[in-house]
Design a protein around this ligand. Structure first.
Ligand code: C5P
Length: 226
């Protein structure tokens, strides 16, 4: 018998991370950021100078690396991430990693290795897992499945705010919109576990809603169901 699982999926910048962190804190569940894992592997590939299309070397790297995630105390901050004992919490959020991560995440051996890890962490349940394929593939039996969306322009605005808060160099809205649209396209057209709404997921369109409003909807829904 396992504890409940809440799966939160959706495209880049829909607010999954901040919403998932709040929901986890309010209900008392563990927060699992699966995107951080794909980012960490991407960082390692770039750091080791491995070519993005060297599937073999990347498959080996993904199956042998050790990833650790520690939710940060502060609800505003992203999860702390280590790969092979290097702290990459900040390094995985750069434009370089962000622009390459979808290509790495499309490789089936990478997905196999990371999904296996996620499922073993989730064996006992008790988590809010966030990503692209959580409700559809990683935890298809999750009690609650949420699909978060927002318009491309809204998502670009949010990303710009995030960068500002993190003290990263300013990026134009046009550039962010292009990047987001491109990542949407790559994530939803890839062959292995593309981004898609699970048939039994509830879709929440978040334009104009605050993080707390979206989190409250999910928490209410959880209490209704469980
Ligand atoms: O959520 P985040 O923007 O950190 O995710 C980074 C990338 O990792 C996504 O664009 C996607 O390519 C990949 N990803 C994935 N499956 C997940 C989570 C993230 O393919 N469950």
């Amino acid at each position: 018998d396992r504890q409940p699982i809440i799966a939160i999926d959706g495209p880049a910048g829909a607010g999954k991370s901040t919403v998932a962190r709040q929901v986890a804190a309010q209900i008392g569940l563990v927060y699992l950021d699966t995107g951080a894992m794909y980012r960490a592997v991407t960082w390692l590939v770039l750091q080791q100078g491995i070519a993005i299309d060297d599937d073999c070397a990347i498959a080996q790297l993904a199956s042998q690396c050790k990833i650790e995630l520690t939710p940060s105390e502060d609800l505003q901050s992203p999860v702390r991430v280590w790969i092979n004992d290097t702290d990459v919490t900040q390094a995985i959020r750069t434009i370089e990693v962000t622009s390459q991560v979808s290509a790495i995440a499309a490789q089936s051996a990478v997905r196999q290795a990371l999904v296996k890890q996620q499922q073993s962490w989730g064996k006992k349940g008790g988590l809010v897992a966030e990503g692209r394929d959580i409700g559809s593939h990683v935890f298809p039996d999750a009690e609650i499945k949420i699909f978060l969306t927002a318009s491309v322009s809204e998502r670009a605005r949010r990303r710009q705010q995030d960068f500002k808060k993190q003290g990263q160099p300013e990026v134009s809205l046009e550039q962010l919109e292009r990047d987001i649209a491109e990542r949407d396209w790559k994530d939803s057209t890839r062959k292995v576990s593309p981004l898609q709404k699970a048939p039994d997921a509830i879709e929440i369109q978040t334009d104009g809603l605050s993080v707390s409003e979206v989190a409250a909807q999910i928490v209410d829904y959880y209490h209704q169901r469980l």
